[in-house]
Design a protein around this ligand. Structure first.
Ligand code: ZN
Length: 402
């Protein structure tokens, strides 16, 4: 999830807010100011309810951020990269670079979130004891944060994907069976089960008069259900691509443009006639300068195509790239995480190929049509003719992307 608003960095991790978070913030502040606090603490001035409501909503999201930060810090400590943390309508997401390679990593990264929420609940509960009058706004605020952190920790421990508890369950099944695929299936089906339960519960609440609360619960159920299914599908896809190297599917003779090529020629000759969606841009010495795609061309008004060189509109180095022996499952993840359609394949700092989403889709489709099982075996026959795998396999591989 991309952040709409950047807040800054903590421990080097960019922290941001997705625009949907603003709805959640407004909803929480409003429901606290007109519902929860007046109901439980009658007799304050209206403005006091609003100030306490807004501060409590800010406190809640600060606690969600601490929860996510704990996931990210453990991920960093276990050697994973962390792209960002984004707060959105249903809470927060830590964008951790790779899937865990070991059950223990996944267990620790997942379990620390709910534990952090429980610790926060205990801290706020301790502070409540220090406030003399329990009926004051400060006491109410601390009590609310204690309860909400307890709920946050407990809800996230539900053993269904994509909740933390689902990841904990997956790591345990993974450790017991040795099969990540089996574990993902179990955790995602349980996750979908919880999703459906929440949808039913939400609809039931809605029908019995709790309109907003019911709608909210049903929405969370719907979100969990969808996320669990997506994770299972991604896992199946990763499984199919695992063990196949980029060199086997890439185009080893990618279309190459000089930076002075006009956008007009790029579109008319290379896109329309030759069917390329993107070209690598290299200087005369064969050094990769960048990549130009139809997305870049679309941003130039057509009247200017003849006079604009691709060098002016290309995406410049440093680009996201892969090495010839990068696993296709990892390459697809780089494509997906960055919303790209193609990746230059680099070896020793030189472009040796181009991998496109279409190459991967074609491979998956052929596999399906030929009824191929497993990643090995007939895969080299499925790779495009003259895939250049031998050529690139001899040179030392470029470092995998970070
Ligand atoms: Zn969590």
């Amino acid at each position: 999830m991309e952040s709409s608003i950047r807040l800054g960095r903590i421990a080097g991790i960019p922290i941001g807010i997705h625009y949907t978070w603003l709805f959640a913030f407004a909803l929480v502040a409003w429901s606290l100011a007109v519902g929860f606090f007046p109901l439980n603490y009658p007799g304050w001035a209206p403005l006091t309810y609003w100030i306490t409501g807004v501060v409590a909503a800010l406190g809640l999201f600060a606690c969600v951020l601490l929860h996510e930060l704990s996931h990210s810090l453990v991920a960093l400590a276990r050697g994973h990269g962390v792209h960002s943390i984004t707060l959105f309508i249903f809470g927060g997401v830590s964008n951790i670079a790779q899937e865990s390679e070991e059950p223990a990593d996944e267990f620790l990264i997942s379990v620390v979130g709910p534990l952090t929420s429980f610790v926060l609940a205990a801290v706020f509960w301790g502070l409540v004891q220090l406030v003399p009058a329990g009926h004051s706004p400060l006491g109410a605020l601390l009590a609310y944060l204690a309860v909400i952190n307890l709920l946050l920790g407990a809800f996230n421990l539900l053993p269904g994907f994509p909740l933390d508890g689902g990841r904990v369950l997956r790591s345990i099944v993974w450790a017991l069976t040795g099969s990540l695929r089996r574990a993902t299936e179990v955790a995602s089906y349980v996750g979908q089960g919880f999703g459906f339960l929440l949808i039913f519960w939400g609809v039931w609440q809605l029908l019995s008069g709790n309109f907003l609360g019911g709608l909210w619960i049903a929405f969370i159920g719907w979100f969990l259900n969808g996320a669990a299914e997506t994770i299972r599908q991604q896992q199946v896809l990763r499984e199919r691509l695992r063990g196949v190297r980029v060199a086997e599917l890439m185009n080893p003779r990618p279309p190459i443009a000089s930076p002075s090529l006009s956008v007009q020629d790029f579109v008319c000759t290379h896109v329309m006639r030759e069917g390329h969606r993107a070209m690598l841009v290299e200087d005369e010495a064969g050094r990769l300068l960048g990549i130009v795609s139809i997305t870049d061309a679309r941003e130039v008004p057509q009247d200017n195509w003849a006079t604009t060189p691709v060098g002016a509109i290309m995406t410049r180095m440093p680009l996201k790239t892969v090495a010839p022996d990068t696993d296709l499952a990892d390459a697809l993840q780089v494509l997906a995480e960055n919303g790209l359609n193609q990746l230059p394949v680099l070896s020793d700092g030189r472009a040796v190929g181009l991998l496109t989403r279409a190459d991967i889709m074609r491979y998956l489709q052929l596999r399906e049509e030929l009824n191929l099982r497993g990643a090995g075996g007939a895969r080299s026959q499925v790779a495009a003719p003259g895939s250049g795998a031998d050529r690139v396999a001899q040179g030392p591989a470029a470092a995998p992307p970070r």
